[in-house]
Design a binder for this molecule. Structure first.
Ligand SMILES: Nc1ncnc2c1ncn2[C@@H]1O[C@H](COP(=O)(O)OP(=O)(O)OP(=O)(O)O)[C@@H](O)[C@H]1O
Ligand SMILES: N[C@@H](CCO)C(=O)O
Length: 316
């Protein structure tokens, strides 16, 4: 259950008055998702049903949100499948609701996929390359707040909770990563969290990429590695049995390169990128497990999945 902030009908009616979306028809809390409160909101405009998603941001400050909402609008306007935020009459895409920042975005059709097909991996590879190319013209800059410095600080915070084996893998991976020259890889706007649960499909058509709230400027190769690590592994109940599906990896990489060729430097850094992407989510999941944020994280995601992914990449 992820409705942390309960919205009353009269509050929503007043909120919607600042949008050109017609009048409230119905609304319903969305149970999926962990970070934010989300509602499906239906309105009637000129006799037609219109459908939106209302997000109430539980952690972000009002100052940092325009960057993300502007990217969503920018990408949608550049024909990258994303949900366009709805403009208010008064102040860009952002408003306050129940004392917290909130935004109304288009509701996408389709649903997230649990076990993506080779075709869907190809679609994602191509669309991520298009996202990266479009982002080259996006002017706002945001640093990656989940970079190697964050990983090292997080490790210091949690290492007293970790096993010797976990500490040893992580320390040895930091040592390996310190030898990679990330500064010379091509950078741009990256999604940074494009897991299967952040893309909506209708059959084999990507209807939209969601949850752009880790987007930042960073090496584009890293974004591709984050995606391969989630979309191209065969999801096994026992993390120790996870393997990669080479057909999905090939489909994703070749579709990406149909749109944007990887440079020689990127190709050389690919194994390190896969490892860095695995390390980032291994650490964030370990942190959520050992130092859970109070009152939330109803679904802790298993860190062992990314321990296994990291081990697979370290041994290949
Ligand atoms: N624009 C949209 N159109 C249709 N459905 C959406 C849209 N945005 C979100 N959803 C639905 O709401 C669910 C929760 O959204 P989301 O994953 O963004 O939650 P969150 O709590 O903000 O983030 P996270 O799960 O990463 O913590 C999604 O799984 C999806 O089903
Ligand atoms: N996609 C992340 C959670 C949100 O950042 C994970 O699966 O660990």
């Amino acid at each position: 259950m992820s409705v942390y902030t309960v919205v009353e009908e009269n509050q929503l009616v007043a909120f919607l008055e600042d949008y050109d979306v017609g009048t409230l028809d119905s609304f319903e809390g969305i149970s999926a998702g962990i970070e934010n409160t989300n509602y499906f909101v239906n309105t009637i405009k000129h006799g037609q049903l219109e459908q939106f998603v209302l997000t109430i941001f539980e952690h972000h400050t009002i100052e940092e949100l325009p960057y993300f909402l502007n990217i969503m609008a920018f990408m949608a306007e550049h024909n990258i499948p994303t949900a366009h935020p709805m403009p208010t009459h008064s102040n860009g895409y952002l408003k306050e609701l129940c004392g917290k920042p909130a935004a109304l975005v288009e509701r996408l059709v389709g649903k997230t996929v649990d076990d993506p097909s080779v075709i869907q991996c190809g679609v994602m590879g191509g669309q991520l390359a298009r996202f990266h190319m479009a982002g080259q013209n996006y002017e706002e800059i945001r640093a990656n707040d989940r970079d190697i410095d964050w990983m090292q600080a997080t490790f210091e915070d949690i290492k007293s909770h970790l096993s010797n084996e976990e500490c040893q893998i992580i320390e040895s991976e930091f040592e390996f990563q310190s030898q990679t020259d990330w500064a010379h890889l091509p950078k741009g706007v990256i999604h940074a969290d494009l897991f299967c649960d952040n893309a909506m499909f209708n059959g084999d058509t990507l209807t939209g990429i969601i949850d752009l709230y880790y987007a930042c400027n960073a090496p584009m190769l890293y974004d591709l590695a984050v995606m391969v690590n989630d979309w191209c592994r065969i999801h096994a109940a026992n993390p120790a049995e996870i393997e990669f599906d080479q057909a999905r990896v090939d489909a994703m990489l070749s579709a990406y390169q149909t749109q944007r060729s990887l440079t020689d430097t990127e190709q050389a850094a690919w194994p390190a990128a896969l490892r860095l992407a695995a390390l980032r989510f291994f650490l964030s999941r370990l942190k959520d497990k050992h130092i859970p944020r109070e009152g939330e994280m109803t679904q802790i995601k298993d860190p062992d999945v990314f321990k296994r992914v990291l081990q697979l990449h370290r041994s290949s």
